[in-house]
Write a protein that binds this ligand. Structure first.
Ligand SMILES: O=C(O)c1cc(=O)[nH]c(=O)n1[C@@H]1O[C@H](COP(=O)(O)O)[C@@H](O)[C@H]1O
Length: 285
């Protein structure tokens, strides 16, 4: 199952997930000024980051908003980036945060688990309930695809709704309970489910609470670096096993901006990945 492959990557290469939230202003001057098409510029930037990091990381997360913002050329670069990551034998998470009624979710599932935008995992929003999630199960049944469901997001305003009390529990715990239950039908040999949870590293105490409730859950963990999360924040969460992948986007792919170390952007990205990995793994010893 794809979740077992992802967990093996974590065991072999560590838990770093490189976030390819590529923006035009992150491109190095030589690419910005080149005569290549926009699609080629964006893709070349991503390809060079992937080539410089794939031996050190568990997976990549590609944030579709960054490519949609460039229009058709951006989406072509998005498609090529997903294909390139999968050709390299690495796992790719498409950060699309979808959530809609059953008939529409069927189309989202087809759009992102097949064809030009095929990814290994996608992110989904649980606000509309089980029938908005169930259309993805057809693909999960193959064992080749998985989803990460938003549970406790990393942003400040996540408290607005996620902390509201339902049956005396914060809503995020209710969601976690449900996600854990849905996931019980999709557990791989690693003990983790193809239905994972998204929990931000910016709330480490709440994270522990969720983790302790959801034994089969594998996590996509955003919030490291640019949003303030650290390796120390993962100490307790990863105590028994590394139960997730830790995403950093800006902290890795724009490390070259404003710094003159004589290194190229892809070399700096590699350096940031090494630093991040050490910062996480030193708390696990
Ligand atoms: O689903 C996500 O990946 C996500 C969930 C969340 O709670 N917080 C969050 O920041 N993200 C995404 O994780 C990435 C974080 O980027 P950086 O803050 O630059 O590392 C962005 O692509 C966000 O859209």
């Amino acid at each position: 199952m794809i979740i077992d492959k992802l967990y093996e990557e974590v065991l072999g290469n560590g838990p770093v997930c490189v976030g390819l939230d590529t923006r035009f202003e992150y491109l190095p001057e030589y690419l910005i000024n080149s005569t290549k098409t926009l699609e080629e510029k964006i893709f070349e930037f991503n390809r060079k980051i992937i080539d410089a990091t794939y031996d050190l990381v568990a997976c990549y997360k590609v944030q579709i908003a960054c490519y949609e913002a460039f229009g058709i050329e951006g989406l072509k670069a998005y498609s090529r980036t997903l294909k390139y990551i999968r050709e390299k034998g690495k796992v790719v998470i498409a950060d699309i945060k979808r959530g809609d009624i059953l008939s529409t979710a069927e189309m989202y599932a087809k759009a992102h688990f097949e064809g030009d935008f095929e990814a290994d995992f996608i992110t989904v929003n649980p606000y509309m309930g089980l029938d908005a999630i169930s259309p993805y199960f057809k693909y999960l049944n193959t064992g080749e695809k998985g989803i990460f469901v938003l549970i406790r997001t990393s942003n400040k305003s996540s408290k607005d709704f996620q902390e509201l009390k339902v049956d005396n529990k914060p809503l995020y715990l209710k969601i976690a309970e449900n996600v854990q239950k849905w996931g019980e039908s999709f557990i791989g040999k690693s003990g983790f489910s193809l239905i994972g949870g998204v929990v931000g590293l910016t709330f480490p105490k709440e994270f522990l609470e969720i983790k302790n409730m959801c034994g089969n859950m594998f996590f996509l963990i955003p919030g490291y670096g640019a949003q303030g999360g650290t390796g120390e924040d993962l100490k307790e969460i990863f105590k028994e096993k590394m139960c997730g992948v830790v995403n950093s986007s800006r902290g890795i792919i724009k490390a070259h901006k404003g710094i003159d170390e004589g290194l190229k952007f892809n070399e700096l990205a590699r350096k940031q990945v090494i630093k991040m990995k050490e910062d996480i793994l030193r708390w696990q010893e």
